[in-house]
Design a protein around this ligand. Structure first.
Ligand SMILES: [Zn+2]
Length: 453
């Protein structure tokens, strides 16, 4: 992994304007335009999406070892798209000219960034037909899937990089962390056998494992290699292409997955160098097998541990998990209750000794000017949200102001109720509040997990 570790500084190569939760075609269109006129690579329009958005392929180098990389076949998974443009920046930098020449004598790299622009436009996994392109490798009913298969058949790549994002709830094996990068050399048959081409993919992963472990210890996962015939990775593996699946994941305090983006960039540089020099062939497959399996659902957004919940004569001590719904309606909900000691969280708080109390709605009958101080005073009186006419509320509070919320908690906490309630001490005094999933100390007003962190 010598090459990646000698990169002095990533920032000069980081493509501007791509630090966003979701990239659309308009984000990459000017970059495509830029590369269309560069002499050192070839940009071709492979075809069009269902909604007639162009899908491009960039071809770099003239070596015999052919690599096909594509990103965002799931429209809402754009981390790798950004990383691919970082890689292009790196490759076009004058200080890399010598290395590039050396590299391009050995490899030809084909990049298809954003295979699913229609899904990207709608922040959707599927294409405009509602088809999951990555389950269309056999049926080939989506134009995007057809384009990818045609490209593979024409190029006959030796290696494929299948670049995705995974949801933030995958834990890195037994560790209390999200899997920031997950990797897989997909199976080519139901028996999950290892042939030469699959071994090469495993070795590519083994080659970078020690470096990854150094950069993000206990944040790396591996997918189970169950054979998925309809998926492109497995189908390409069955075509004899050494295929590596990269799933970019979450990292604490990194909503836009810039950590995973940086790691992707480093992995691409390392893999290109290793393929050009064949150095990955020295890697021990045991390092691949040492990567722990992902624990799907192992992470929660927010975990309150040791909450006292009373219903009638019953009193229980439970953990309470909250799903923050970072996209969509952005309404935080109670996700799970009970013994959640198996789970880890992005935000974890002990609320030992505190009891759940449902909040009341403060009725807006007359105009209310709500600053933070007034808001905190209402929380202390047991009001967590407001009901009535929005026009009557003049809010300048820096705490979340919830007006007519859907399904506020009532009585006791229940699954999928809104995560807005109070925590009281043994004297019944409000000491903390949860407002739309954010834990707030009362009366200090400290927000312990402000959204956007
Ligand atoms: Zn995906």
């Amino acid at each position: 992994m010598a090459k990646a570790m000698t990169i002095p500084d990533y920032h000069p190569y980081q493509q501007a304007h791509l630090n966003k939760p979701q990239l659309q075609f308009s984000d990459i269109a000017p970059l495509i335009e830029h590369y269309q006129v560069q002499p050192w690579l070839t940009v071709t329009e492979l075809g069009r999406s269902v909604k007639q958005q162009p899908i491009y392929q960039l071809q770099l180098g003239q070596g015999d070892k052919r690599i096909l990389a594509w990103s965002q076949m799931h429209g809402d998974e754009s981390t790798a798209t950004a990383a691919l443009f970082d890689l292009l920046n790196y490759l076009q930098a004058p200080e890399q000219a010598a290395w590039r020449e050396q590299l391009f004598a050995e490899i030809t790299l084909y990049i298809i960034p954003m295979l699913n622009p229609d899904g990207a436009a709608k922040h959707s996994r599927v294409n405009a037909q509602g088809i999951d392109i990555n389950r269309d490798a056999l049926a080939l009913q989506s134009p995007e899937g057809q384009l990818l298969m045609a490209a593979a058949k024409q190029i006959k790549p030796h290696f494929a990089f299948n670049l995705h994002d995974q949801n933030r709830f995958h834990a890195a094996g037994p560790y209390p962390n999200p899997a920031t990068i997950s990797l897989l050399a997909p199976a080519y048959n139901a028996e999950r056998e290892i042939n030469a081409s699959r071994r090469a993919a495993m070795q590519l992963i083994a080659h970078v494992q020690p470096w990854l472990e150094q950069q993000i210890p206990q944040h790396i996962g591996r997918y189970a290699d169950d054979w998925s015939a309809r998926s492109f990775g497995d189908t390409f593996a069955a075509m004899g292409i050494s295929t590596v699946l990269v799933e970019s994941g979450a990292y604490r305090g990194d909503d836009n997955r810039q950590m995973a983006r940086w790691l992707n960039f480093q992995l691409y540089v390392a893999w290109l160098a290793a393929i050009a020099s064949d150095s990955y062939q020295q890697a021990d497959v045991a390092l691949y097998n040492a990567i722990p399996f992902n624990r799907s659902g192992g992470m929660k957004d927010v975990l309150l541990q040791g909450l006292t919940v009373s219903i009638g004569d019953t009193t229980a001590t439970v953990d309470l998990a909250i799903n923050l719904a970072l996209t969509g309606d952005r309404r935080a909900r109670i996700d799970e209750l009970g013994d959640l000691s198996l789970f880890s969280a992005f935000h974890q708080f002990s609320v030992q000794g505190l009891a759940f109390k449902a909040g009341q709605a403060y009725p807006l009958n007359t105009a209310l000017s709500l600053d933070t101080e007034a808001h905190l005073a209402l929380l202390q009186q047991g009001y967590t949200h407001f009901s009535g006419d929005k026009a009557l509320l003049q809010a300048s509070s820096r705490l979340p102001v919830l007006l007519n919320p859907l399904r506020p908690t009532q009585g006791s906490p229940q699954l999928w109720q809104g995560a807005t309630f109070l925590l009281v001490n043994t004297q019944g005094k409000v000491v903390q509040a949860v407002l739309n999933g954010q834990l707030i100390s009362v009366p200090s007003g400290v927000i312990h997990n402000p959204l956007g962190t």
